[in-house]
Ligand binder design. Structure first.
Ligand SMILES: [Cu+2]
Length: 186
């Protein structure tokens, strides 16, 4: 019985972890396709996200333009069906213009990809180095409503406890002045 309880609790933990990883992972962005539209237009995604074209009705495709750095073509999407394209890191940042192969002059749109957020752990103020200014920045953020580190957990979470608080300022000061351990990425 105890064994069963342990197994159930482990299964629950794994399920929780899986749920968390899907939240943190890639997003699916739906674009509706019909007579004669792509909606919404100009969808902007993060790297590794999926764009899902869903056919509302009519005879349409999603087909990359020759100038798109990534090539795809759905053919005519069946009514109610969909076609997925993943915009991975290897595909670059685009932009990725595309059209409907049946209506190439009237149905045109573009997918945009956000550049990845580049940051250095502990560099709370984003000046590319970790120094006392970062400790001041964190304290200003935590206690005085100052601007947040970008991204908050990452640039600001110097001590890797997945939160930004006074402990991170202390950690940075310890690193800069006392030879303490370097900031680490969460
Ligand atoms: Cu079309």
């Amino acid at each position: 019985m105890r064994n069963l309880a342990r197994q159930v609790s482990m299964a629950a933990s794994i399920a929780a972890l899986l749920a968390l990883s899907s939240v943190a992972g890639a997003t699916i962005h739906t674009v509706h396709v019909g007579n004669f539209y792509f909606t919404p237009t100009k969808t902007t995604v993060n790297q590794a996200d999926t764009v899902r074209w869903v056919l509302d009705g009519g005879s349409h495709s999603t087909t990359s333009d020759p100038s798109s750095p990534k090539a795809w073509t759905s053919g005519i999407i069946p009514s109610g069906g969909h076609f997925d394209v993943v915009f991975g890191v290897a595909d670059g940042l685009g932009p990725f213009p595309y059209h409907c192969s049946v209506h190439p002059t009237t149905m045109k749109d573009t997918i945009f990809v956000n550049p990845p957020v580049v940051y250095k752990c502990g560099d709370a103020n984003g000046d590319k180095s970790v120094n006392v200014g970062d400790a001041v920045y964190v304290i200003n953020y935590v206690f005085k409503g100052g601007p947040a580190p970008t991204p908050v957990v990452g640039a600001g979470d110097a001590n890797c406890d997945h939160a930004v608080n006074v402990g991170d300022a202390v950690y940075i000061i310890n690193y800069v002045f006392k030879g303490g351990p370097a900031p680490c990425c969460p």
